[in-house]
Ligand binder design. Structure first.
Ligand code: FMN
Ligand code: SF4
Length: 420
């Protein structure tokens, strides 16, 4: 699950929920009534569905046996209010006959199946599409599957989440399933809330944004009411890289220090800066030797990265404590970390006293790259390295690529080619 997307989805959900409270879906007295509602509601208002359900109740036919036993003409007549009632009558009959023939008419037996088997079976029935199948699974079988629909597509495109008017049912569903806890109550209420926003405010033309519960965070309005606060100056630039810097004293005793105040500062010659507090054990080593190595951090060595940022080389040998392996560099005496896929050997060219930190500007004099990160043409694929970064006190992986350098101005047909 992508934590950022989960937070965003929950923010949207909470905004919707706060305005209306629970929408108490699905409005039905029994599981079977949910199923009938799910089948009849296609292309028609809920009011008309209610009329049909009331007719079936009055005739004592709102059950698997009832629908199986009633003759087709009478069934069509009872559900006439629901548009395409002839097809819908056929669908009801097909569903009920299936349950009668295969599960002795017991919904309980039918629903005891695994969620995806159940979905497959529902989709194989006459007239049951994805949305109807998922409504039945979520609201009648009470299993966690996310129901999406045209409102979901419209609302989440306008919110700036999908950015794809043609996004398919499956893609939308996967997005929610991937980024939300699989919780029946949450899925139930979330779909109901989206339906509420879609039907009440987010109309296809002239949406009533001023009254909408997600107005403040909706991209269509530029998330207008962002309500910014004025804070005192601080180092809020985010995210930042996090690296393990290796160094060695004059006798060659090595140390590792975790550094987040690190950045590329020049291309020719290639240069990076690292900022260190004077009290760091590593500070004197780097100041005296004028050498250090920047080792990129990955998911695999994230714990070691943290440890090297909370323990001092004054007290422990961090290579021993982390079980990281020192390897010989080519241009400097500081060691490389073997488990890091990319190592930059650096020679200090400048030291700037900035206040709390001294910034060492190092020229990169050698770069080591793990061969497994190269493709067949020798191109470096850093996405394979599972690098981590640091944001607001937490370590993060880099999950998703949004585009490449210059994709904003690349023609669509070239974009496709580039994707391949
Ligand atoms: C994520 C993270 C980032 C850090 N970034 C810096 C930094 O940029 N500069 C710095 O002086 N200390 C930084 N520290 C703190 C040092 O890594 C920490 O004090 C370390 O124990 C010093 O080790 P040493 O005494 O062996 O040199 C960071 C710590 C962590 C956990
Ligand atoms: S703010 Fe407007 S565009 Fe955005 S979801 Fe609400 S109604 Fe739709």
């Amino acid at each position: 699950m992508n934590k950022n997307l989960n937070q965003k989805l929950m923010q949207i959900y909470n905004s919707m929920y706060e305005k209306t409270g629970p929408r108490k879906w699905w409005p039905a007295e029994s599981k079977f009534e949910v199923i009938v509602g799910a089948i009849l509601t296609q292309f028609v208002s809920w009011k008309n569905v209610t009329t049909a359900i009331e007719n079936l109740k009055r005739e004592n036919l709102l059950s698997v046996e009832g629908i199986c036993s009633v003759d087709m003409e009478k069934l069509e007549e009872l559900i006439r209010s629901t548009r395409f009632y002839k097809q819908k009558a056929k669908k009801l009959k097909a569903f009920c006959t299936h349950v009668k023939d295969n599960y002795d008419g017991s919904l309980e037996k039918f629903f005891s199946k695994d969620i995806y088997e159940l979905r497959k079976e529902l989709l194989s029935m006459y007239g049951i599409g994805e949305e109807t199948a998922d409504c039945i699974i979520l609201y009648a079988a009470e299993k966690p599957i996310f129901v999406v629909d045209a409102y979901t597509r419209r609302v989440f495109n306008r919110l700036g989440i999908f950015n794809n008017e043609k996004i398919s049912y499956g893609e939308m569903q996967k997005f929610f399933m991937d980024n939300l806890e699989h919780d029946v109550a949450l899925f139930n209420e979330y779909h109901a809330q989206i339906d509420g926003v879609g039907s009440n405010y987010c109309h296809s033309t002239n949406p009533m944004c001023g009254e909408c519960s997600v107005y403040d965070i909706c991209a269509k309005n530029g998330g207008k009411k962002m309500a910014k606060q004025l804070w005192k100056p601080s180092t809020i630039l985010n995210p930042v890289p996090v690296v393990m810097v290796t160094c060695a004293d004059k006798e060659g005793k090595p140390n590792i220090v975790t550094v987040a105040w690190v950045g590329t500062v020049n291309s020719e010659p290639p240069m990076v800066s690292i900022s260190l507090r004077k009290e760091r054990f590593s500070y004197d080593m780097i100041k005296e030797t004028g050498q250090f190595v920047v080792n990129l951090a990955t998911r695999k060595i994230a714990v070691a990265t943290d440890l090297c940022g909370v323990k001092s080389g004054r007290d422990i040998d961090k290579f021993v404590a982390t079980k990281l392996t020192p390897a010989k560099a080519t241009q400097v005496n500081a060691p490389l970390i073997e488990e890091s896929p990319v190592n930059l050997e650096c020679i200090v060219r400048h030291r700037l006293e900035l206040g709390s930190h001294d910034m060492f500007v190092g020229e990169i004099v050698a770069v080591h790259v793990d061969e497994s990160l190269l493709d067949e043409k020798g191109k470096l694929c850093l996405d394979k390295a599972d690098l981590i970064c640091y944001s607001h006190g937490e370590y993060w992986t880099l999950e998703e690529s949004l585009g490449y350098f210059g994709y904003s101005v690349t023609k669509k047909k070239n974009l496709k080619r580039n994707k391949k």
